[in-house]
Design a protein around this ligand. Structure first.
Ligand code: FE2
Length: 254
């Protein structure tokens, strides 16, 4: 017997039984729901449906184990092999993407700079696709890694991502619409920040004023008002200032 399996499964079963009782779910509704889940699984959408509703809870669990910047959803489009770039993420000439300068500082919880941290950055094209995933876009576009300097700073140029839909035609999209919700995510730039000896951080930076900011179908941190970067321009370039605080991996849970 696994004590952990018993603990987790009994808690989930108790929670679901409570919800079924609270909402007085009928036998017909129960059978319909099982059929719906079966079709979702047969269509390969069960991971998507689970992520849409529950991934944020796991992110919050991980966040409770360290201080510093709170992580956000990673999403399904991270690829580990993005190239290191020299101050500029490769973008496609066929798009006239709006220029964006992403910059900031990585510090520790004492406010000291964290040098040589690796920021792995990925984002959508200006038409809402991800390289290495959609349309045969080469994986070195719209992805790149940069290192922080001695003072903890980093800077990288890119173009503005756009809001995009999660897969909308399947059972997950239909369920969201049946709930009066939708399948859109606000425009965002993804980050993973790693430095040996520190808890890694996974972030999304959102554009203040953008569509679906605060109404993310996947319950990203913008729905809590976090990581929404104030609108700011320098010479017509949108500036995204994203400062990150890393907690030492040896530190105890907050
Ligand atoms: Fe994304």
């Amino acid at each position: 017997m696994s004590d952990r399996v018993k603990e987790v499964v009994e808690a989930i079963v108790g929670g679901v039984r409570g919800a079924l009782a609270d909402t007085r779910v009928t036998a017909d509704e129960y059978r319909a729901a099982i059929g719906y889940l079966q079709e979702t699984a047969q269509n390969g959408e069960l991971p998507l449906m689970i992520d849409v509703f529950f991934n944020i809870a796991i992110v919050e669990n991980e966040n409770s184990m360290h201080a510093g910047t709170q992580s956000d959803l990673q999403g399904p489009y991270y690829l580990p092999d993005a190239p290191f770039v020299d101050g500029e993420i490769k973008t496609m000439d066929e798009f006239e993407g709006k220029p964006v300068l992403v910059r900031g500082t990585v510090t520790d919880t004492d406010g000291q700079p964290v040098a040589d941290a690796v920021l792995d950055i990925w984002q959508s094209t200006p038409d809402g696709k991800y390289s290495g995933i959609h349309d045969d876009i080469p994986v070195d576009y719209y992805r790149g890694k940069v290192r922080t300097a001695e003072d903890g700073s980093y800077t990288v140029r890119t173009t503005e991502p756009v809001p995009y839909q999660i897969p909308a035609q399947g059972k997950t999209g239909a369920l969201l619409r049946a709930m009066g919700s939708h399948t859109w995510r606000p425009a965002h730039i993804h980050f993973k920040v790693n430095k040996e000896g520190y808890h890694p951080i996974t972030l999304q930076a959102y554009f203040e004023g953008g569509d679906y900011v605060g109404d993310d179908c996947c319950s990203g941190k913008c729905n809590q008002g976090q990581n929404v970067i104030p609108e700011k321009y320098e010479d017509d370039v949108r500036i995204m200032e994203v400062d990150i605080v890393m907690d030492s991996a040896s530190a105890q849970a907050a």
